[in-house]
Write a protein that binds this ligand. Structure first.
Ligand code: ATP
Ligand code: MG
Length: 331
C-alpha cells in the first residue's frame, strides 16, 4: 500500500469526502455522477501534478471559494493541494510550492475509459499517450520532448515568413536533429520492450493464441543526428511552401496489430479492452523495471463489460501494486 487516505473539500461535487485505503485493492463504488472519477482525479493531481481531464476552475465546486485535496502516504507524509480560484499551492511538510515538487511525484498507471479509443484515434493522441508513459520513467525523454516541441514551434513560426532564408533555420535544425534523434532512439527501444511481453500477456487475458504487436512507424531511418539534420535542411523549400516542418518525430505513429493486421477496424470491443489492459500491465512492469518503484494503479470504470474471470485476472495481475478502482456495480 502506498496511499493511506484521501480527503477532499469542495472538490467537484464533494463538499467533504474522505477515503481510507485499508487494503492493497480499494474499490470506490457508486452510481453515475456520485463523484468516483473525481476521487481518482484528486489522487492524480497529488501524485502527478495536474489533472488528467480539466483545469482547476472546472474542479472547484460551483459556488465555493476554494478547494482542498490531501493524500496521506503510508510513511505518514501528506501532500495537500489548495486552489482559491486564482492561486494553486501544493503543501508538503509545511513547504508551499506552485508546482508539485519532483520528489513528491509518484508513478501512476491510469486507465480511463477513453483509453479504449487509443487504437482508433489520431496519431497525435497515440503520440501523446506514449510520451506521457515514457516521460514518467525517463526524465531524459521528458526533457528531450519539451525541448523538441519548443524548437518545432519556433521553426514553424519562422516558416510562416515567406522571405525566410535557409540559414535562419540553422539553429532550429540543429536542436530538432539533436532531440528528435534522442526521442526516436527511446521510442524504438521502449516499443521493442513492450512487444516482448505483449502477446503473452494478451493471450493470458483472452485465453487464446492471438498475436499482438505495436508497430512504431517513423520517417527517421537511423540514430544519426547528421542524417536528421540533412533531411531538415534539404526540406527547406518544401517546408517553406507548406508553412510547417514536414519531417521529424512529431509525425511518428504507433500502430496496433492483431495477428499482423491493423487492429483498428478489426478488433472487437472485448479484444480492444484486453489489448489496452495488457498494455497497462506492461506499463506497470516497465515503470518498475526502470525506477524500482511499484506504481500506483488507478482504474476508472474498468470492470464494465468484463466477465467475472477477467475481472479476477485483472486484479491478480496487479497484485503487487496498490490499485484503486471505481465501479458502478457493487462487486
Ligand atoms: N465544479 C463542479 N462543481 C460541482 N459539481 C461538479 C463540478 N464538476 C463536476 N461536477 C459534478 O460532479 C459529479 C461527479 O463527477 P464524476 O465524473 O466524478 O462522477 P462519476 O461518479 O465518476 O460518474 P460516472 O459513473 O458517470 O463516471 C457529476 O455529477 C458532475 O456533474
Ligand atoms: Mg466516472
Amino acid at each position: 500500500m502506498i496511499i493511506k487516505s484521501v480527503k477532499l473539500t469542495n472538490f467537484r461535487n464533494h463538499t467533504s469526502y474522505s477515503l481510507n485505503c485499508k487494503n492493497q485493492t480499494t474499490i470506490i463504488f457508486g452510481e453515475n455522477g456520485c463523484g468516483k472519477t473525481s476521487v481518482l482525479e484528486a489522487i492524480y493531481i497529488l501524485t502527478r501534478g495536474k489533472s488528467f481531464r480539466a483545469t482547476d476552475s472546472e474542479i472547484l465546486k460551483r459556488g465555493k471559494e476554494y478547494y482542498r485535496a490531501e493524500i496521506e502516504f503510508e510513511n505518514g507524509i501528506k501532500t495537500t493541494v489548495t486552489y482559491d480560484g486564482k492561486n494553486k499551492n501544493y503543501i508538503v511538510q509545511d513547504k508551499k510550492t506552485k508546482r508539485l515538487p519532483k520528489k513528491q511525484k509518484y508513478p501512476v498507471i491510469l486507465f480511463l475509459p477513453s483509453d479504449l479509443n487509443l487504437i482508433s484515434h489520431s496519431p497525435g493522441s497515440r503520440r501523446k499517450y506514449f510520451d506521457q508513459i515514457f516521460s514518467q520513467f525517463n526524465e531524459k525523454y521528458n526533457e528531450a520532448l519539451l525541448k523538441y516541441e519548443k524548437a518545432l514551434k519556433q521553426r514553424n513560426e519562422l516558416l510562416k515568413n515567406k522571405d525566410l532564408t535557409s540559414s535562419q533555420l540553422f539553429s532550429w535544425n540543429i536542436l530538432l536533429a539533436k532531440y528528435g534523434t534522442i526521442l526516436f532512439g527511446y521510442r524504438k527501444e521502449y516499443i521493442e520492450e513492450i512487444n516482448k511481453y505483449f502477446t503473452e500477456i494478451y493471450q493470458s487475458i483472452m485465453n487464446n493464441k492471438d498475436r499482438i504487436d505495436i508497430e512504431y512507424t517513423t520517417e527517421i531511418l537511423n540514430n544519426s543526428e547528421n542524417d536528421y539534420y540533412s533531411k531538415l535542411e534539404n526540406n527547406y523549400q518544401k517546408d517553406l511552401i507548406l508553412g510547417h516542418t514536414s519531417f521529424g518525430v512529431h509525425r511518428d505513429d504507433y500502430l496496433f496489430k492483431l495477428n499482423q493486421e491493423l487492429a483498428n477496424g478489426s478488433a472487437s470491443r472485448g479484444e480492444t479492452r484486453s489489448i489496452i489492459l495488457a498494455l497497462k500491465f506492461i506499463e506497470a512492469n516497465l515503470v518498475y523495471q526502470k525506477t524500482h518503484i511499484k506504481p500506483l494503479v488507478l482504474l476508472d470504470d474498468v470492470f464494465s463489460e468484463l466477465d467475472e474471470q477477467r475481472r479476477k485476472h485483472l486484479v491478480n495481475n496487479f497484485k503487487e501494486n496498490q490499485i484503486i478502482i471505481t465501479s458502478v456495480e457493487n462487486i
